[in-house]
Design a protein around this ligand. Structure first.
Ligand SMILES: [Zn+2]
Length: 319
């Protein structure tokens, strides 16, 4: 595997004029945008395992691109215009071919706000087709204000220009995208991690991109439906993939194990929260005790597990 370090000196001439000594961390993260070449024509940038509330800099998820003979498909764009712009420059170091598609695996802000970098107004290149779940555009609209406030607070100046760009090509069930010598097959999932989950496979390299249906190393997150998420993870196990790019964490060929690890945590969380509800223990206690035996197996466990309990407890009370 090859790691390419893309130096962003050109970009910094345009984009870093406001950076000064009081912003050492953003400058450091701006200097390099590492991409991993995981198969012929398949590249992945790994964001850092940072919590959204602690040190979030818009670059925490996996961002991928696939290069075909006709052009490029991008899979998630990061959490800000800045990250999207770094991604675009990284693509240009690899190929001069046009970016044909920008695919969002779901609505979460760390995955979508880099879309803006691919608008003609920001890139001076032909605009790609933005692709997402049939519910993505509406869900983006519903969250627009909430996410804008969150970005302003967490990203500060990097929030400027980080606009929501909605999909114009919709995935209802299955959608095939043609990159020339290779095709991507996209699947829209029922409600799971969110109500907007899309996974896809690059058939040529047998690489499956799960979005946040799969976390590796980092604690899995449930926003929408824990039972749905467990079920969708089960369905992914029959994929013909030889390697998997998760939404967060390393690329792996041991992906059945990774899917099973995530299911083990989620099943335990589900069982423990149900038991807690049955015993009338209250949500606060469940936040401290549910799935506690998984604590040492995951990064950012305490914060993410508490949030998961907070999300699923009220829903499971109505079972
Ligand atoms: Zn997510």
């Amino acid at each position: 595997m090859r790691i390419l370090m893309i130096t962003m000196s050109m970009l910094c001439l345009i984009g870093c004029s406001s950076i000064n000594s009081s912003h050492a961390a953003p400058q450091a993260s701006h200097a390099n945008f590492a991409i991993e070449n995981v198969a012929d024509g398949v590249y992945v940038h790994h964001g850092k395992h940072l919590d959204i509330d602690t040190g979030y800099q818009g670059d925490i998820c996996n961002i991928s691109f696939v290069v075909g003979s006709k052009g490029v498909a991008v899979i998630d764009t990061g959490g800000s215009l800045k990250v999207g712009t770094q991604l675009r420059a990284a693509i240009r170091k690899v190929t001069p071919l046009p970016v044909l598609y920008v695919i969002n695996t779901h609505v979460h802000p760390d995955h979508v706000y880099g879309n803006a970098a691919f608008l003609t107004s920001n890139s001076h290149e032909a605009e790609p087709v933005f692709v997402g779940h049939e519910k993505l555009a509406n869900t983006m609209e519903l969250r627009r204000e909430q996410y804008a406030k969150l970005n302003a607070k967490l990203l500060q100046e990097d929030a400027v220009g980080s606009e929501l760009v909605k999909p114009t090509l919709i995935v209802k069930n299955i959608l095939e995208l043609d990159l020339g010598d290779r095709k991507l097959t996209l699947t829209a999932h029922p409600v799971a991690h969110t109500n907007t989950d899309v996974s896809l496979i690059d058939v040529k390299s047998s690489t499956l991109f799960t979005g946040d249906l799969l976390f590796i190393e980092r604690t899995p997150v449930v926003e929408a439906d824990i039972k749905g998420l467990i079920a969708e993870i089960e369905k992914l196990k029959v994929s013909p993939a030889t390697q998997v790019v998760p939404g967060h964490g390393p690329v792996t060929k041991d992906w059945i194990v990774a899917l099973s690890d995530a299911q083990r945590y989620l099943n335990l969380l589900l069982t423990d929260v149900r038991a807690s509800i049955k015993k009338n223990e209250g949500m606060e206690k469940a936040m401290d005790t549910a799935a506690a035996s998984e604590k040492d197996k995951w990064i950012l466990f305490d914060i993410a597990n508490r949030r998961n309990v907070n999300t699923i407890y009220p829903a499971l009370e109505w079972e």
